[in-house]
Design a protein around this ligand. Structure first.
Ligand code: NAD
Length: 461
């Protein structure tokens, strides 16, 4: 099949590469000429495990090309996917200007019928609105399909190649048949292709993301109660998650959700609900809890070290909003570091992939430096702060941590270590939804006295 995919970001590039890998001829279109140049030379502008290698293989096979020319791509393709960004406007609603610009461009370029597939996350009714706009610009027939994308950054290829389901929102028989052929190589069985109304498909994506975000804000709220009552949220999570009706996924207490999807999609759904006069108090609480959660760890640091952090340096492990990606959009790390440097601290940061992106955000901020090695970041730092659960942080050398830090203190925003391990390692340890672990001598006196509990949680001997 000849396919154009407009937008070559996380979703568009993965979609283009995976469809090319099953033999289709793909033109990836992007407005960013520099990005198109790099992609054409075989360089992925994003880090996603396995993506660059698979993309290079498709380029070499001649099945994948990149271009800035939307008109030529439309003329050469039967199916056109729209996979551009839909960022939040100041009021939280989705900005559809990129999607609309492309819908107009497609309509103006079409010379016969086409199938247009919206893969971007768009509010209910967008497909209908884009159809109306296009009908004003072209006499050629077209089907407008909603096909939301559910891939996760960090496991995007795996998710695309083996999806839980593919949602196709249209009543057009030819479009259903075409998409069913296109997705067949990735589906275990045909039932995994779920055909529904276009508006329902648009809503599935928001409802799914808002539900996952709700689980995260829920567990973070329970974690807060746990911290203040001396209970370990990890044990509570395990006890809850063993119930098959609940499960363990998306129930890890931490520094809140980030990335380019959950924060904006929760806000966009709130806005859609408000527009139709719905009570959206659950969604609003999910968002507000997450905003508080993002700076909870910084507040712990301030409680422990005092409001003025001048003269103190913090090692930061992890900048990406989650592991296996270099994406720092809405990453809690950016907020935490911002809060600490506003209080006078210095931050020495390490992340296996995201330092270049974070360096752009903190360009010109003398308080923030980047290190190529996690242990280098610890040198002469007063404490270690962990903000992303990269695998390489899970079993570190505590000897090297103790040797590097000026004070043996860890703030762990991802609950990577057992409290008993921290006791044994004689490290003062603060995590999310668990009692603080303060090392004590044989007489029971704390070795590194902490400030009063507050949000630090009750100390555990
Ligand atoms: N990132 C994810 O994990 C993910 C997952 C599922 C769905 N989504 C949704 O998919 C959409 C795309 O997200 P993303 O993360 O891939 O975005 P992105 O910002 O990584 O990529 C968007 C690309 O579109 C290009 N673009 C913008 N306007 C254009 C135009 N007029 N013509 C051609 N190209 C244009 C940009 O240059 C950029 O390369 C969003 O609606 C998002 O909510 C994202």
């Amino acid at each position: 099949m000849n396919i154009a995919i407009v937008g070559s970001g996380y979703v568009g590039l993965v979609t283009a590469t995976c469809f090319a890998s099953t033999g289709n001829r793909i033109i990836g279109v992007d407005i960013d000429a520099e990005k198109v140049r790099r992609l054409s030379a075989g360089h992925s502008p994003i880090f996603e495990p396995g993506l660059e290698e698979l993309m290079q293989a498709q380029l070499s096979a001649g099945r994948l090309n990149f271009s800035t020319d939307l008109k030529a791509a439309v003329l050469a393709s039967e199916v056109i996917f729209i996979a551009v960004g839909t960022p939040p406007r100041p009021d939280g609603s989705a900005d559809l200007s990129n999607v609309e610009a492309i819908a107009r461009g497609i309509a103006q370029a079409m010379d016969s019928s086409r199938i247009i597939v919206i893969k971007s996350t768009v509010p209910v009714g967008t497909g209908r609105r884009m159809s109306e706009i296009m009908m004003g610009l072209t006499a050629h027939p077209f089907a407008m399909v909603s096909n939301p994308e559910f891939l996760k950054e960090g496991a995007a290829l795996e998710d695309f190649l083996r999806p839980d389901r593919v949602v196709v929102g249209t009543e057009d028989d030819e479009a259903i048949q075409t998409l069913s052929e296109l997705y067949a190589p990735f589906l275990g069985n045909q039932q995994d292709l779920m055909v529904m109304g276009r508006e329902a498909a648009e809503m599935v994506k928001y409802a799914a993301n808002a539900y996952l975000a709700t689980r995260i804000s829920f567990i973070n709220e329970v974690a807060d109660i746990c911290a203040r009552t001396g209970v370990d949220i990890v044990q509570v999570r395990d006890g809850m998650g063993a119930d098959r009706r609940i499960g363990r996924a998306f129930l890890n207490a931490g520094v809140g959700y980030g990335g380019s999807c959950f924060p904006k999609d929760v806000q966009a759904l709130i806005q859609v609900g408000k527009d139709v006069h719905c009570d959206v108090s659950i969604l609003q609480s999910v968002h507000e809890r997450n905003e508080r959660q993002k700076i909870a760890l910084a507040e712990m640091v301030l409680t422990r070290f005092g409001a003025d952090l001048s003269g103190l340096t913090f090692a930061v492990w992890g900048l990406a909003f989650k592991p296996n990606t270099d994406d720092i959009r809405e990453a809690p790390a950016i907020r935490v570091i911002g809060r600490l440097i506003a209080a006078g601290a210095q931050a020495k940061c390490y992340d296996p992939r995201a330092c270049p992106n974070a360096a752009k955000v903190f360009a010109g901020q003398p308080g923030v430096t980047f290190c190529a090695d996690p242990y280098e970041a610890l040198q002469n730092a007063d404490a270690l702060i962990i903000l992303t659960e990269w695998s390489e942080f899970r079993t570190p050398s505590f000897d090297r941590i103790r040797a590097g830090l000026r004070q043996r203190v860890i703030f762990d925003g991802r609950n990577l270590y057992q409290l008993a391990t921290m006791q044994r390692q004689r490290i003062e340890y603060y995590s999310i939804g668990r009692p603080a672990s303060i090392p004590r001598d044989r007489q029971g006196a704390t070795l590194t006295p902490a400030k009063p509990a507050g949000t630090l949680g009750q100390a555990q001997a």
